[in-house]
Design a protein around this ligand. Structure first.
Ligand code: NAD
Length: 268
């Protein structure tokens, strides 16, 4: 096997995103899946969860031990916000670059990952959305808010999603707040007659989270101006849309310095 093949570990490999990642990497000659970790389905073959092209490796329960025994070049994490920092840190402490796709991490979580990355001189990424179209939507939204500062976000996901708002919606709002700068929002007169009906707000940007069976991952950013609206919408129609972004990040993460949020830097 050539030197350029990247050896990858996947944490959360029995889940929807983890198994899709194992499937996508297993059919691409640039990658070799050497480790699959999940708290569910331990001992089962990776093939059982990720299809016939996946390696016949047992799913492990302990990430640290798995990392020590298989020494992947990169760890990908698709688990849960409560454990993703520990997983990313566990990899970076061992000098293993990490790509975290898990959503719902706080600013303090990101800070902890930045510190860990620096302490161990090992790069890492947190990517709220691996879909190229979603990354472009955020860039276009940053352009639009300079002219149309009144904006609301509607994010729509399947009913099994654990966190709300989505990492993408939060990240979009943060970026819009930064791009808006000092522009003052128009004062609204609101009589709230149902708790929560206006959604949550990040610095005045309202986010509405819809959770419904049948949906995958969708987001609208609606700008309002005098006599006009502008709607930017992105739809992830199935989980394969994330895989080009996952592969790009796995290939490039080791070239980064420090811990980076988002994959914009890789697209410029
Ligand atoms: P899922 O529930 O299907 O899978 C999560 C998996 O993680 C499960 O198999 C679970 O057993 C495992 N897990 C949880 N805690 C663990 C632990 N401590 N150790 C080992 N395994 C553990 O969820 P999903 O739909 O695959 O989503 C996973 C995460 O990825 C969520 O945070 C979701 O919001 C996020 N996500 C991100 C993107 C993106 O583009 N960044 C896209 C879709 C989903």
């Amino acid at each position: 096997m050539s030197d350029s093949v990247l050896r990858v570990g996947i944490c959360g490999v029995a889940g929807r995103m983890g198994s899709e990642t194992a499937r996508a990497l297993s059919v691409d000659p640039l990658f070799e899946v050497v480790l699959g970790v999940d708290r569910e389905r331990q001992g089962e073959s990776l093939r059982e969860v990720a299809g016939p092209h996946a390696p016949d490796l047992p799913i492990r329960g302990k990430l640290g031990q798995g990392l020590d025994e298989t020494r992947p070049d990169v760890l990908v994490d698709f688990t849960h916000a409560g454990v993703a920092v520990a997983h990313g840190s566990s990899a970076m402490e061992r000098g293993i670059a990490t790509v975290i796709g898990t959503s719902g991490l706080s600013k303090e979580d990101v800070r902890a990952l930045e510190v860990c990355s620096k302490e161990h001189s090992t790069p890492g990424m947190l990517v709220p959305n691996f879909a190229l179209g979603a990354v472009l939507l955020m860039k276009f939204a940053e352009m639009a808010i300079k002219w149309l500062p009144d904006v609301e976000i509607i994010e729509l996901h399947h009913d099994q999603k654990a966190d709300a708002p989505s990492g993408t919606a939060r990240s979009t709002a943060d970026r819009l707040v930064a791009a808006r700068g000092e522009t003052r929002l128009r004062k609204r007169v609101e009589q709230i007659k149902l708790d929560g009906v206006r959604g949550g707000s990040i610095d005045g940007i309202h986010i509405h989270s819809v959770r419904l069976r049948g949906l995958v991952a969708h987001q609208e950013v609606i700008f309002g101006g005098q006599g006009e609206t502008l709607t930017l919408r992105h739809d992830s129609l199935d989980r394969t849309c994330f895989m080009e972004g996952v592969k790009l990040c796995v290939r490039k993460v080791r070239n980064l310095s420090g811990f980076v949020v988002g994959m914009d830097a890789l697209l410029d």
